[in-house]
Write a protein that binds this ligand. Structure first.
Ligand code: ZN
Length: 223
C-alpha cells in the first residue's frame, strides 16, 4: 500500500510529490505488471474471497488536496489505475482542497473515497466522544454525498489509541490504515494496516526499493 498526499511542485515539502515523479512511478507500475487495487479488491483479497494478482498494490492519497483531482487523477487514468482517497471532509472547499464536485469526479473515475476524520486532529489528544464525532461524522458526510458505504478509515498523522480502536470496532469499520512503515505480519490487526509513505524527496531508486520491500512483506497482511 503506497501512501501519497499532495501532488505538485513544492520543493522542500516532504508531503508534496512532483507530478513528473508520480507519472514515472505509475509508468513503472504498469511496465512491471503491478495491479493497483480498488479498496473492495483489497478487502476481498485479504479476506481470501478473491485471488490476489501477482503484484497487487493499493494507491492511497490522504487529506483531500485539489491536485489529487487536477493532477494525480489524469496521470492514473492513463493506465486505468484506481486509487483510494482518504478524505477529511472538514477541508472541503478550503483553498487548495477538493470541492464536493471534484470528489464526485474522482469517485466516478474509479477512486474509492474513505474517511480520514473531519478536521485532521491528533486523535489521541481528544476525548473518546470527540474522537467518535471526528470519525463517524467524516464517514457520514462521505456516505451521504456518494451514496455508498465508506467503512475503511485512515488515522490522521497515523495516530490512534485504545479509544480509537474501540470506536472503529463499535462503528463496524472494516479496516484502518496507519502510516507505520514495514513490519506487516500475518497477525496484523485489521485496524493497524501499514502503508509505505512516498516522500517528496525520495529519488526514483529509493521509491523502487520501498516498493520491492512492500512486495515481499506487505502482501501477507492479515489473516
Ligand atoms: Zn492526513
Amino acid at each position: 500500500m503506497l501512501n501519497y498526499h499532495s501532488i505538485g511542485v513544492e520543493p522542500g515539502n516532504t508531503y508534496v510529490l512532483h507530478p513528473d515523479m508520480l507519472a514515472r512511478q505509475m509508468d513503472y507500475l504498469a511496465a512491471h505488471h503491478y495491479t493497483p487495487l480498488t479498496l473492495g479488491d483489497f478487502a476481498r483479497i485479504i479476506e481470501k474471497k478473491q485471488p490476489s494478482p501477482e503484484r497487487p498494490v493499493l494507491l492511497t492519497f490522504d487529506d483531500g488536496y485539489a491536485n489529487n483531482a487536477e493532477v494525480a487523477m489524469p496521470i492514473l487514468q492513463r493506465h486505468g489505475f484506481p486509487a483510494t482517497l482518504f478524505l477529511s471532509p472538514g477541508f472541503i472547499g478550503q483553498p487548495g482542497y477538493l470541492s464536493w464536485p471534484q470528489v464526485k469526479e474522482l469517485s466516478a473515475a474509479g477512486w474509492d473515497i474513505a474517511p480520514h476524520s473531519m478536521t485532521h486532529p491528533h486523535l489521541p489528544q481528544l476525548s473518546i466522544e470527540q474522537q467518535r464525532e471526528e470519525i463517524t461524522e467524516s464517514r457520514r458526510r462521505i456516505e451521504q454525498a456518494l451514496g455508498r458505504s465508506a467503512d475503511v478509515f485512515a488515522y490522521p498523522f497515523g495516530e490512534y489509541n485504545e479509544d480509537t480502536l474501540k470506536i472503529l470496532k463499535n462503528e463496524a469499520f472494516r479496516y484502518a490504515f496507519t502510516t507505520k512503515e514495514g513490519d506487516a505480519s500475518p497477525n496484523q490487526s485489521p485496524y493497524e494496516l501499514s502503508r509505505i509513505v512516498v516522500l517528496g524527496e525520495d529519488d526514483f531508486a529509493t521509491w523502487v526499493q520501498k516498493l520491492s520491500n512492500f512486495g515481499k512483506k506487505e502482501l501477507k497482511v492479515p489473516t
